[in-house]
Design a protein around this ligand. Structure first.
Ligand code: HEC
Length: 186
């Protein structure tokens, strides 16, 4: 009995030391947060931005909203991300251009973005249904990432109504003559 190892008391001691450390951190937090967010809050914001970046990257926003993104296999400097594109999408709806989201979000706060993106209705070829289907948490993360990039670039070209020919470059959806009006329409 006397030669039995005693790991448990040691483990308790270690836990106690960790608790003391944690308590120490807590005590320091208010002082640190007077000038900036507390370390924990900064982590959360950084996590949110990283998640937003990931979502923007994998859900395809850059494919259309960043000039040259697909053509360059995604190797585009972040300074250009989401600054809109001069590539037109022409169809029965007219010609649309992927918006400069950095400028579009510049005057929005989080609540406005959540309301806007959660009920977004656009013309093609924007997959507005995909954005509407995203969870609020995902859309919040995207918002914080886009805001972290700051406003940048110029507005994308203005929408052109059907019958008005765009300048190249543009994609064109050609529908069969006599197709129902709903083909390719919003
Ligand atoms: C296939 C191309 C494409 C993809 C992918 C795409 N967009 Fe778009 N987006 C567009 C186009 C084109 C418009 C302009 C639609 C219009 O003029 O009605 C647009 C418009 C928007 C608008 C509306 C802007 C406004 O002022 O009305 C938002 C917001 C938006 N996109 C966000 C996103 C986000 C976020 C993603 C990624 C989840 C994304 N888009 C993916 C092409 C795309």
């Amino acid at each position: 009995m006397s030669n039995r190892p005693a790991p448990r008391p040691l483990a308790h001691l270690a836990c106690f030391a960790l608790l003391l450390l944690a308590a120490g951190c807590d005590r320091d937090a208010p002082a640190a947060s007077t000038a900036a967010a507390s370390p924990a809050a900064q982590d959360t914001q950084a996590d949110l931005i990283a998640r937003g970046e990931y979502l923007v990257r994998v859900t395809g926003c850059n494919d259309c909203h960043t000039p040259g993104y697909a053509e360059q296999q995604g190797n585009v400097d972040q300074a250009l991300w989401l600054t809109g594109s001069p590539l037109g999408y022409r169809g029965p709806w007219g010609t649309t251009y992927a918006t400069n989201l950095r400028l579009r979000l510049a005057d929005m706060d989080e609540a406005q973005w959540l309301a806007f993106s959660g009920s977004l209705r656009t013309r093609p070829i924007m997959p507005d249904f995909a954005l509407r289907a995203m969870s609020e948490d995902d859309r919040r993360a995207m918002f914080h990432f886009i805001k972290s990039l700051g406003p940048g670039g110029e507005p994308a070209p203005a929408y052109l109504p059907p019958g008005q020919a765009p300048q190249p470059p543009y994609f064109e959806l050609v529908v069969p003559t006599g197709a129902p009006a709903t083909v390719g329409a919003p």
